[in-house]
Each structure stands twice: as structure tokens, then as C-alpha cells.
Design a binder for this molecule. Structure first.
Ligand SMILES: [Zn+2]
Length: 73
């Protein structure tokens, strides 16, 4: 009986750990270049501040900063 109780305790701890990992949401991000109109859909990770990090660097037209960025779902 005691062993059974310890096993349950371990399962609860595991569950808490999983919820912690889910705080880093993987999201799709829609990016549109304001210079040439090219669009990109990338996968990013939302950080604790609500910003989305996609690793996107620049458009095919060399634009590096003028984008419409919109998270999807
Ligand atoms: Zn562009």
C-alpha cells in the first residue's frame, strides 16, 4: 500500500512539470513585408513577455525591420 502511495506522488510531480513546459507555447506567426508585400508563415515560441521569437531575419527584398507581424491561433 505504501509503495502505491509513493507512485501516485511521483505521477503528480510529473504532471506539474509538464504544465511548466507548456508555458512555452509554439505558435504560428504570419509575417508580411511592408515593402514588397511578401508573406511568410513561420513557427515561433512565445516567451514569458508575450513576444514571439521566430528566428526570422529578413525578407527576400532585404527589408529587415518593416513588417506586419501577427500570431495565428
Ligand atoms: Zn520584402
Amino acid at each position: 500500500m505504501q509503495a502505491q502511495a509513493m507512485f501516485s506522488q511521483a505521477m503528480i510531480s510529473q504532471g506539474v512539470k509538464d504544465i511548466g513546459m507548456l508555458s512555452q507555447h509554439r505558435v504560428k506567426v504570419y509575417i508580411r513585408c511592408r515593402k514588397c508585400g511578401e508573406t511568410f508563415i513561420l513557427r515561433g515560441v512565445r516567451d514569458a513577455k508575450g513576444r514571439v521569437e521566430t528566428g526570422f531575419k529578413r525578407c527576400v527584398c532585404d527589408n529587415e525591420e518593416d513588417f506586419d507581424i501577427e500570431p495565428l491561433s
